[in-house]
Design a protein around this ligand. Sequence first.
Ligand SMILES: [Zn+2]
Length: 117
Amino acid sequence: MEAVKVFKVGDRVEQMCLTCGEERGHVVASVTQKGRVTRVSCPICGSRVPFKSGATARVSKKADAPYDRARTYRRGQTIVHPNFGEGEVTAIIETGKMDVLFADRLRRLIHSEAQAG
Ligand SMILES: [Zn+2]
């Protein structure tokens, strides 16, 4: 049986962002009933564009700092989570929370725990 990946809104796909001018992980914004990606949004610039199938998936570029919840992160930083692998910080939600785009999907993590108390 062939495994066909079914996507959900919030999953991650790789696509070239014309606004940012680079290939990066995008967040799935809409899918068909069969789970095919139709639209994706760039977590950095926020542009929402049609998904181009056949975009090359990229594996990690370099070793990055391991995730440490006591540290304070900024948007655009790359971290390595022990369970989820490499991810890019796409948004700081509020003090102590951030959205990180991992290889499979977007997850919300805590950070700057030391300061937040
Ligand atoms: Zn972008």
